[in-house]
Design a protein around this ligand. Structure first.
Ligand code: FAQ
Length: 315
């Protein structure tokens, strides 16, 4: 068998596994571009969970009650856990977590645009749970069926926890909506600021999404960006009505024929700017992450020294 025949046979086996809805596992042969796409997406996803602790984390010391503080702390801890599972899933593809962190803080890898917006009031904590975790669930439930085994399995637990996060956000907002006029105004203001950025979390429109076609063919992504965005809008509008808030989109109308909500066009130039690093909080988020990484250097050194000692002892 020649080398090109051998590669063809490997490609044939890989395509058959994907087509049969079976899982590709770390030790299986895979096309280099498939591996690179997974590293890109899983690393971005992991970075988003870690950077995503910052906007809500800003309210940990100012939560209005012990109960709200405990809930918020548990949520932030879940997000750290999600980041760790995802870095571990990326490592099964032959990359190192330290290398991924270095790429994040040097701006060579991305994280979700949504975490570059400021949290101005405690209502933002509720709206992040309701809209941001709600969007994350819409996007991530289909990833439980992703063709790459370690990523798909990590998503199962992540989605269960995101579901709890979404409900806590909704419950917080319901409580505020039953409160004073000023509290209701805080909720509406937070919804006005977070609605459009939440729609942008699903990525650019399908016509401008260079990665979707190939990722769908490999069954990494199971739906296009626009399909998931529509699903999110359809899920969220009745919840907004139940809460008693107005979504800031004058073009939002029910389309009887499609059985779906028609909505306005997000400002795609804003998404491009935020992804390029020019959102309201990009510099601050990366600076904070870099400082935390540097502050943690002694922990990594101590852990390595401890592991070395253990190895010595076992010898
Ligand atoms: N922000 O061709 P596509 C969470 C980039 S976790 C920044 O459509 P793709 C939990 C994209 O990377 C939230 N960049 O790309 C939580 C690509 O650039 P590249 C994160 C974006 O990969 C909640 C370029 O634009 N979730 O919220 C964004 O097929 C609350 C062209 O785009 C995930 O990562 C964006 N919004 O589709 C934590 C889920 N959109 O890489 C704390 C997994 C696009 O070629 C509090 N990821 N770009 O240089 C995905 O599903 C996909 O990667 C998409 C993008 C849908 C995000």
């Amino acid at each position: 068998m020649t080398v090109s025949e051998a590669v063809e046979a490997l490609e044939g086996r890989f395509d058959a596994v994907v087509a049969a809805e079976q899982r590709v596992e770390p030790r299986d042969w895979m096309p280099e571009a498939y591996r690179a796409t997974l590293v890109r997406q899983i690393a971005q996803h992991a970075h988003s969970e870690i950077i995503g602790m910052q906007p809500e984390g800003a309210w940990l010391t100012r939560a209005p009650s012990l109960r709200r503080k405990a809930i918020l702390l548990a949520k932030a801890q879940d997000e750290a856990g999600h980041g760790l599972y995802l870095y571990a899933a990326a490592e099964t593809l032959g990359v190192d977590r330290a290398e991924l962190t270095e790429k994040l803080i040097s701006g060579r890898q991305k994280y979700s645009s949504i975490f570059n917006y400021p949290t101005l009031s405690f209502a933002d904590v509720g709206v992040i749970g309701w809209l941001v975790d709600g969007a994350a669930i819409c996007n991530q439930v289909p990833l439980c069926r992703c063709s790459y085994g370690p990523y798909a399995r990590a998503m199962v637990r992540v989605c269960k926890e995101e579901s709890f996060h979404q409900r806590q956000g909704f419950e917080l907002l319901m409580t505020m909506m039953r409160g004073t006029e000023a509290q209701r105004a805080m909720v509406q203001d937070a919804v006005d600021r977070w609605w459009w950025p939440s729609l942008m979390m699903f990525g650019p429109p399908d016509g401008d999404s260079p990665n979707t076609a190939q990722s769908m063919a490999w069954r990494i992504k199971r739906h296009t960006n626009d399909e998931l965005r529509q699903r999110f809008v359809d899920m969220t509008v009745p919840q907004a009505q139940h809460l008693g808030v107005t979504l800031p989109d004058p073009e939002l109308v029910w389309d009887e024929e499609r059985g779906s909500w028609t909505f306005g066009e997000p400002d795609w130039s804003e998404l491009k700017q935020v992804i390029k690093g020019q959102g309201p909080c990009n510099a601050q988020r990366i600076e904070r992450r870099r400082a935390a990484h540097e502050d943690g250097a002694w922990v990594r050194e101590a852990a390595l020294a401890h592991a070395e000692k253990q190895k010595e002892r076992n010898r």
